[in-house]
Design a protein. Structure first.
Length: 333
């Protein structure tokens, strides 16, 4: 089955005085229809450049971007306009028309498309019901909270019946509670309308709450990608370890040998360390432990000090793996 979005060997180089900046280097991603796909990385990782290339606001230096198997980089202007109508964008700063009411903001794309006024008004009210703002139709943006403004922006983005919703840091200007409500709305839109959602973010909490797939960018490179569950359970890159709280932001902190144990919410209730101490007879120093929600499922991770003795280390690793735990050696502060 052809992926809805496929990125192949994508690179973007910006010329600067005296040299060039490699914003993206050989990025390969596959996004299936119906995914909520998170693209995460710290500032400067290349996230916004990637999404700008995806909707052709920026032109890649090399590579291909396929939408349902069609390379958008080879499209003429007419084909590109038609493809862009299938993609809607949501931005951090809302980009509402401040002199127009909420209803007029949402109706604006329909007016441009020449939709008859009666039909457009019906569609506007339908969209405002979807985002929970039907009582704000006559209000103006200045009268709304940040979360309400983003809901208006989402309703406007949905006006053209897009198949894909591209969100560029859509919640980073919002407080945590409002962020949760906007993410829940995006999840509802994904499930009820079947719209593929691509989320650009620097916040792991956003990925944890609603994404089923994730790609981690680091310095313009793809550090790792896959299902959220798999990337969390088997984190391979330093960028992934930092984002999941396994490594410190400052890698120069002297490392301490440790064992990382990852388990699902069911086994989180089990006294794993107590059993380990009793059955193997070793003292265990717990460095950290927490439980997180990932893709609507509970997962936990625990850091314990690694035994110095190789035989004891092997005993601990084998025992934990025998309980079905995902276990790996890492370095933490």
């Amino acid at each position: 089955m052809t992926p809805q979005i496929e990125i192949r060997g994508l690179s973007k180089i910006y010329p600067i005085p005296g040299g060039e900046v490699h914003a993206l280097t050989n990025i390969n991603l596959t996004i299936e229809k119906g995914d909520i796909y998170g693209i995460i990385g710290m500032s400067g990782a290349g996230k916004s450049t990637l999404i700008r290339c995806l909707n052709r606001l920026d032109t890649p230096t090399d590579g291909q971007i396929l939408i349902d198997g069609e390379n958008i980089l080879a499209m003429d202007k007419k084909q590109l306009r038609a493809t862009r109508r299938r993609m809607a964008m949501i931005f951090q700063q809302f980009n509402l028309l401040m002199q127009k009411s909420v209803a007029r903001n949402v109706r604006y794309p329909l007016e441009i498309a020449g939709v008859p006024k009666k039909q457009a008004n019906e569609r506007v009210m339908e969209l405002l019901r979807i985002v929970g703002l039907e009582d704000k139709a006559n209000a103006f943006p200045a009268q709304l909270s940040g979360g309400q403004k983003q809901r208006v922006a989402i309703a406007r983005a949905l006006a053209s019946d897009p198949e894909m919703l591209l969100c560029d840091e859509a919640t980073s200007a919002l407080d945590p509670m409002t962020t949760q409500s906007i993410l829940a709305l995006l999840q509802k839109i994904n499930q009820e309308l079947g719209i593929t959602v691509v989320l650009i973010t620097h916040e792991m909490a956003v990925i944890r709450q609603i994404c089923n797939k994730v790609a981690i960018l680091d310095g313009g490179l793809l550090a790792e990608e896959g299902t959220v569950d798999d990337v969390f359970m088997h984190t391979k890159s330093a960028a992934g370890r930092r984002l999941f709280g396994i490594l410190p932001d400052q890698e120069e902190i002297p490392p301490q040998p440790a064992i990382r144990i990852v388990f699902d919410g069911e086994s989180a209730e089990q006294p794993i360390i107590s059993k380990l101490v009793k059955e193997i007879g070793l003292d265990v120093n717990i460095l950290s432990a927490d439980i997180r929600q990932l893709n609507q499922k509970a997962y936990g991770q625990m850091m314990i000090a690694r035994p110095d003795d190789p035989f004891e280390l092997q005993q601990v690793m084998e025992y934990l793996r025998g309980l079905g735990m995902t276990v790996e050696e890492v370095h933490v502060p």
